[in-house]
Design a protein around this ligand. Structure first.
Ligand code: 3HC
Length: 704
């Protein structure tokens, strides 16, 4: 139940305090709307009230925007637009009233929460890392619809406003001040006093309402050709990024354009009309589902369970340094490696990471110092002795991993959990010969660790539940979304990725070109196509993984393609040596070109499969089918975990919700029929998983 408390203080200043005592954050709900209408709007006409300050009683949130949990139930676009319209009109009423309104933002002011602040005439923000401001609606497939598309660009300028709305980018206080989103930055302790004093100064004319700082472009934006140039460029970027898969960004541009041409009121009405439609789109449904699913997964282990008191990372390479960097701040971290050069590079990487976080204001300079002081490196393995969690991140080589495990076991105490970071090696195999196999789990991080949100936690049968829980709690403390998977070859993510990558080679053989294959999957919504992806991973690494997993699943997958092996022999190693499925110019690696020499590695290349829809189907259904096999074999616990894992770990298009949602959307009947046709034409590896066949017969779906 959202509550607003209004308190009068000296000088006729009304403090409007938001608090939802039953929830961890304040959100915009129909209750809050009623409270705004009944308690805040009348203050505009109350002669006792000279000015208002808006603030939150929550420790770390101002207002987190509309209540996303309600989106899932919304099935009437008109009703959504009506409720939103009422909000929007309240905020316009506030913005247009002559009394000064001051927003005291401490904590997250996101979506509708920022729109409340934008309806104020002066915005203060606290210099606390929890204070983030942004309009992330686009990431939920909708648009800012309480004035955001109009008031944000008018504060920060068109180009910055568009960037924030089209990407959902969030900014912290210092950056917000720089771009004109807020007017002043203060300490969390001082924000209320300062807000009251600003309100008083505005009332008495000692301070003027700040005028938006306008860049030259914004001063010229009234000129039709300037407007069409800026918006035309934005539309082009959106088309390139979304490939037409997401409707929300274009609706945002439409509102911005309309506001410039026909005025704010017309644009506000367009915002209101658009949100109802957008919320009903399958894209928004999937994105909202993903948000809620990942939130749900945070409570999969008991919150507050002690994660680790001292952590050690063995192996100071890129992955080890990444794992250490996301662990700092949770507990002291020691990184051990036999090479001093590796340790030096690792320290450099950690330092650069901390500096990056400080620049992004995610940590204060004091916190940056503190974290750095809890980080140590050593060549001496005995220095990891006190660790209660050890993450090993050495090369993907079974014998090496076993050796390191044995050495670590010599050093650590009985409470220590051992997480081995691997994308492909069996955890039970690594643990063969271990003194305490019950404490060994797999922790598959994704690169770059600080950016990739997923941790695939591999729980082998012999692992003790407390050890798995502890590793999970630690992954969550690192900010990762954790899926628990069984210890089967390739676990979940690598396993569903591999047949998809191998399939791309068969399609090349069948006559499709490199651009056609990658283009089809980018159109489907993946950030990169399968061939470019193999270049990124490294052709030698992909070849090894394909060989290893191919052997394990040979019965069903059939013989693999030997192209990758031949590419390695021909020194086509992918992006790392500038030659793979693409060639990469030494200086401008982004301007890659399809490598024509690759076709000569396919002597039996046919003329054939070129229909983009067929390419998309063949590749995506291969992944969906393998995901269903994983579910059938209990490798993943649920379609939810499978979807979240594929989206966060592999870049499966978020607007499709993941392979299981995609299967439901296509219809299991369609999947069975398409896969059976492929199986008839090209072999049994396309046969639909028994689970899909059974569910189709029983008329069931993965969700609902
Ligand atoms: N709606 C509903 N619940 C929300 C919420 C929201 N907007 N934002 C956060 N929550 C809930 C979470 O689900 C979680 O609930 P739980 O404890 O029951 O699982 C709880 O609040 C705490 O959230 P986090 O665990 O994520 O806490 P953090 O401190 O890590 O992060 C946050 C807080 C930065 C606010 C983050 O939750 C967040 O980014 N939320 C989403 C904000 C967002 O996208 N808002 C836009 C909404 S759309 C809109 O406003 C439309 C408007 O233009 C009309």
């Amino acid at each position: 139940m959202n509550e607003i408390t209004v308190t009068m203080v000296d000088g006729g200043i009304a403090l409007v305090i938001f608090d939802d005592p039953e929830r961890p954050v304040n959100t915009m709900t129909p209750d809050l709307l009623i409270a705004m209408e009944n308690q805040v709007v009348p203050l505009m006409d109350d002669p006792e009230v000279k000015g208002l300050v808006f603030l939150s009683a929550k420790p770390d949130t101002f207002i987190a925007g509309a209540d996303i949990k309600l989106f899932i139930e919304a099935d009437d676009p008109k009703l959504v637009s009506e409720i939103d319209g009422a909000y929007s009109r309240v905020l316009s009423r506030l913005f247009e009233n002559p009394k000064p309104l001051v927003a005291a933002v401490h904590g997250a002011a996101l979506g509708g929460g920022l729109e409340i602040a934008l309806a104020c005439h002066y915005i203060l923000a606290s210099d606390h890392p929890a204070t983030v401001l942004g309009l992330p609606e686009v990431t939920l497939g909708i648009l800012p619809a309480a004035g955001g598309t109009q008031r944000l660009p008018r504060r920060v300028g068109l180009v910055r406003g568009l960037d924030m709305m089209l990407t959902g980018r969030r900014v912290r206080a210092g950056r917000a001040l720089k771009i004109g989103l807020v007017d002043e930055v203060v300490t969390p302790e001082g924000i209320l006093e300062r807000a009251k004093s600003v309100a008083g100064d505005l009332v008495h004319g000692r301070l003027k309402r700040p005028a938006p700082r306008k860049a030259l472009l914004d001063r010229l934006i009234g000129l039709p050709f300037v407007r069409s140039m800026v918006l035309g460029k934005a539309r082009k970027t959106v088309r390139q990024r979304t490939r037409g898969n997401y409707p929300a960004p274009m609706r945002i541009l439409e509102c911005v354009d309309l506001g410039l041409q026909k005025g704010v009121d017309a644009a506000l009405e367009r915002e209101i009309a658009s949100i109802g439609d957008l919320m009903m789109t399958p894209q928004s449904r999937s994105l909202v589902w993903l948000f809620l699913a990942t939130q749900d997964m945070k409570s999969d282990t008991a919150k507050g369970r002690p994660a680790s008191e001292r952590m050690a990372v063995v192996g100071g390479g890129l992955m080890g340094a990444g794992i250490a960097s996301v662990s700092l701040g949770r507990c002291p971290v020691v990184v051990q490696d036999i090479s001093s050069e590796a340790l030096e590079r690792c320290s450099g990487q950690i330092k650069a990471g901390l500096a990056r976080q400080a620049r992004a204001e995610a940590v204060t300079p004091e916190e940056q110092e503190r974290r750095w002081s809890t980080f140590t490196t050593t060549r001496d393995l005995s220095e990891i002795a006190g660790a209660d969690l050890v993450v090993e991140a050495v090369f993907e080589e079974l014998s090496l991993k076993r050796k390191v495990l044995a050495e670590v076991e010599e050093q650590v105490g009985p409470e220590a959990v051992y997480g081995t970071n691997t994308s492909v090696l069996g955890i039970s195999e690594i643990a063969i010969g271990a003194r305490h196999p019950e404490r060994v789990v797999g922790m598959h991080y994704f690169s770059p660790v600080h950016k990739m949100p997923l941790l695939e936690l591999v729980a082998p049968e012999q692992a003790a539940p407390w050890a798995v829980d502890k590793a999970q709690a630690f992954g969550q403390a690192q900010g990762k979304t954790v899926i628990r998977v069984k210890d089967r070859p390739g676990f979940y993510t690598t396993r569903i990725l591999m047949p998809y990558l191998r399939e791309a080679l068969f399609l090349l053989e069948r006559g499709a070109t490199i651009e056609e294959i990658d283009g089809a999957m980018k159109d489907f919504g993946f950030p990169t196509g399968p061939l470019a992806r193999m270049d990124e991973v490294g052709i030698d690494v992909a070849a090894q993984m394909s060989r290893d997993l191919g052997e394990k699943y040979s019965q069903r997958w059939g013989p693999g393609h030997d192209t990758l092996e031949r590419m390695v022999k021909a020194n086509f190693l992918g992006r790392k040596n500038g030659r793979g499925f693409y060639t990469y110019p030494a200086k401008k690696k982004k301007q890659k070109k399809p490598n024509q020499e690759i076709y000569s590695l396919f002597p039996e290349r046919q003329a054939g499969t070129r229909d983009p829809a067929l390419l998309r189907d063949t590749l995506s259904l291969t992944m969906v089918n393998e995901a269903a096999h994983c579910l059938q074999e209990d490798v993943i616990a649920s379609p939810r975990d499978g979807d979240v894992g594929a989206v966060l770990g592999l870049g499966f298009p978020p607007f499709r919700g993941g392979p299981f949602h995609h299967a439901d959307d296509l219809g299991l009947e369609t999947i069975v029929s398409r896969m059976e046709t492929l199986a008839e034409q090209h072999g049994p590896r396309y046969a639909p998983a028994q689970m899909i066949v059974d569910m189709e017969r029983q008329g069931r779906t993965f969700f609902v």
